[in-house]
Ligand binder design. Structure first.
Ligand code: ADP
Length: 505
């Protein structure tokens, strides 16, 4: 299962464990243009001291959990491995080195008797974690653990409901182009703890980390020198006790920041700005298209035919961007701003914007058939992403057709109403599928729809409905778990079904 879309959640409740002193070390680096003192991610004076000789429980033994356990063992902790599953891969080498494995259940007595608990992002809310909190046992996310061992690198953290992976990849590529050692990972790709011990964690390094709300719930001293909150729209409400709790988890990205750090939010988004203001960092704003009404004005935005950084003077022609859609202009603007604030030079920024072609399953063009273009946006696992996909067509002057939308999957507890307005403007018909089909249909009002009997039927119906000039778009607004193991598997199935459609005469 893809780590970005598995049924993940640590406890939404605030951590109540003992708070560690935040005393990041690291001297100022000559010429650092950003104003902050690179100081790791918030480590205490002796990170090893926090774990060496301590009995530490690692809960959730997926990729991140195993990586966390390996780090803890290297640092001399007495590691206990715990998972509800008993068929966990990759344990033998750790057990051979002395780790203790307690599998099959989450025993409260175990959680309250250790010196600290490390939670993988895949761990759902657990009574045993609440018990650890109540007993004052520190509970860390794998991000917090990794942050203890950073050694003076520049940390750029990215969160938001949508766009995290795109912006993380853009910024990672920009950082790497500087020639400095760079780590890109976290919620995307490589577990964050794997940065520990690499050159990227050192004073010359860049650490670009994508952070999910689940990972952020359990950060305490993690410090992003540059933190981006891209947006907060309804998602994961099957896991959170309402939007306020979800937004608060996202806002934790600003928690460990200091006044010399930078907090970046979209212009005109008061929720994101208020979350950033709760931290100590300087606030910066960006936008894609602007109305001119924004106050305060964004530092980076679309000015005529270019993305423009008003502080550095950099203008990047929109026509040269490979990623399309208004949301991607905003993503590119956020990356331009964050890169400048992190001290990344203009050559690296420009070169990346020119070459970055986007990520798989995000508005991926699959095929044109009889004048109809098919797009795989399987990663649109919430309504905000589906709206972005529809708006991309609605605002594209080169698109004169309509969109046939494939929507449905596993419901996440939010409202489907926000997509209706976009559908009225640019939608031809919706093909609903999966468990959420009745919920979506109930929200559609006068927007026409048909329900598919299965996934292939959805593709066949969409192809029949579409007329030349139209686009068929898989942007399901739901997770994939009712039918697939991940959004990627769903997208691949879509692409196969589309490619298998016979040519039209
Ligand atoms: P994340 O890592 O946050 O899930 P991705 O970059 O993988 O973000 O994109 C997820 C989905 O959201 C895709 O369908 C993509 O087209 C859409 N998307 C990307 N950026 C934005 C944005 N800024 N606002 C709304 N939707 C977006």
């Amino acid at each position: 299962m893809d780590p970005k879309e598995r049924d993940t959640a640590a406890s939404p409740s605030r951590p109540t464990g003992r708070r560690e002193a935040s005393a990041a070390s690291g001297g100022s680096r000559e010429g650092a243009p950003t104003g902050f003192t690179p100081g790791g991610g918030g480590a205490g004076d002796s990170p090893s001291g926090k774990v060496s000789g301590k009995r530490i429980l690692v809960v959730g033994l997926g990729k991140s959990g195993i990586a966390a356990a390996r780090l803890l063992m290297r640092e001399g902790a007495r590691v206990v491995l715990n998972d509800r599953r008993t068929d966990v891969e990759g344990l033998e080498p750790l057990v051979a080195l002395g780790a203790e494995a307690q599998l099959g259940h989450h025993d409260e007595a175990l959680f309250t008797s250790v010196d600290a608990v490390v939670l993988s992002p895949g761990v759902p809310p657990l009574p045993a974690v609440d018990a650890a909190d109540a007993a004052g046992v520190p509970v860390w996310s794998e991000i917090e653990l990794g942050a203890l061992f950073l050694r003076g690198c520049t940390v750029v953290g990215i969160t938001g409901t949508n766009g995290k992976s795109t912006v993380t990849s853009l910024l990672g590529a920009m950082a790497a182009k500087t020639g400095r050692p760079t780590f890109v990972g976290g919620n995307l790709g490589i577990p964050f703890v794997d940065v520990v011990g690499t050159d990227a964690a050192g004073p010359e390094g860049f650490v670009v980390v994508e952070l999910s709300s689940f990972q952020l719930e359990r950060v305490e001293t993690f410090r992003a020198h540059v933190a981006l909150l891209l947006n907060v729209t309804e998602d994961h409400l099957d896991r959170y006790d309402g939007m306020a709790a979800y937004a608060a988890a996202k806002g934790r990205i600003f928690h460990g920041q200091r006044k010399e750090d930078h907090a970046i939010v979209p212009a005109g988004d008061e929720l994101c700005a208020s979350l950033a203001r709760a931290g100590a960092a300087k606030l910066h704003r960006y936008a894609g298209f602007v109305s001119g009404e924004e106050s305060p004005k964004p530092e980076v935005f679309v000015d005529g035919d270019a993305l423009c950084d008003t502080k550095s003077g950099l203008r990047f022609p929109i026509a040269e961007l490979k990623i399309r859609g208004g949301h991607n202009l905003a993503n590119a603007a956020s990356a331009m701003l964050a890169a400048r604030l992190a001290g990344i030079g203009q050559d690296a920024i420009v070169e990346t914007l020119r070459t970055f072609g986007g990520l798989p399953h995000r508005m991926f063009f699959v095929r044109e058939r009889g004048g109809v273009r098919f797009y795989d946006d399987s990663k649109a696992t919430n309504v905000g992403a589906t709206v972005a996909a529809l708006e991309g067509f609605a605002t594209d002057p080169g698109f004169t057709g309509k969109v046939v939308l494939l929507a449905g999957g596993k419901d996440k507890g939010g409202s489907y109403a926000p997509m209706v307005e976009s559908l009225r403007r640019v939608g031809r018909e919706v093909v609903t599928l999966g468990e959420a089909a009745p919920l979506i249909e109930a929200a559609l009002g006068d927007v026409p729809f048909q329900r598919a009997s299965d996934f292939d039927d959805a593709v066949t119906r969409a192809a029949q409905i579409a007329r030349p000039g139209d686009a068929v778009v898989l942007a399901p607004a739901c997770s994939s778990f009712d039918m697939f193991r991940s959004y990627a598997e769903r997208g691949e199935r879509f692409q196969r079904a589309v490619l298998a459609l016979p040519e039209v005469g």
